[in-house]
Write a protein that binds this ligand. Structure first.
Ligand code: HEC
Length: 128
């Protein structure tokens, strides 16, 4: 049931491309993160690659991410966003290449790195 719900959510998120809020984008990358994890657990390279590619090329929220952040945290967010994004995007791109080279274990390490990038940003900006 949960899986069906996630799929429905993801499909409706895709169909709004171009008009996404930060939450929409987050729900999409969350879906792809779970897809990558499932790909690793199932030994399904295609799933891992598809998820990682989708994260590397994820759409930007309408109007830029900063406007969704409370004004008092916005400046700090803009200052830090690039480094968190670099961890998430860089790791996602590395996952694609490592899987293509058949290096699953290294790819999985990059995956944990990527999720750490998600969590680092959340710990600073999701606490309101
Ligand atoms: C640059 C900072 C940043 C990064 C990196 C980031 N997030 Fe987020 N995320 C946020 C913020 C800020 C919110 C709160 C958005 C809101 O409530 O409007 C959020 C919210 C979410 C939510 C909740 C959405 C909802 O419906 O309330 C999920 C799920 C999520 N992020 C997943 C992820 C995943 C998975 C990654 C890594 C692939 C990630 N995020 C990377 C900043 C970030």
């Amino acid at each position: 049931m949960k899986k069906i719900l996630t799929t429905v959510l993801a499909v409706s998120t895709f169909s709004m491309a171009g008009d996404l809020t930060l939450r929409d984008v987050m729900q999409k990358v969350d879906f792809e993160t779970l897809k990558i994890l499932q790909g690793f657990i199932w030994n399904n390279d295609l799933m891992v690659k598809e998820g990682a590619k989708a994260i590397a090329d994820h759409p930007m929220p309408k109007g830029g991410a900063a406007k969704y952040i409370p004004p008092e945290k916005r400046q700090e967010f803009v200052k830090n966003m690039k480094s968190f994004e670099r961890i998430v995007h860089g790791s996602a791109e590395d996952i694609v290449h490592l899987i293509e080279e058949g290096k699953r274990e290294e790819a999985f390490k990059k995956y944990t790195n990527m999720v750490q990038g998600c969590m680092s940003c959340h710990s600073l900006f999701r606490g309101w």
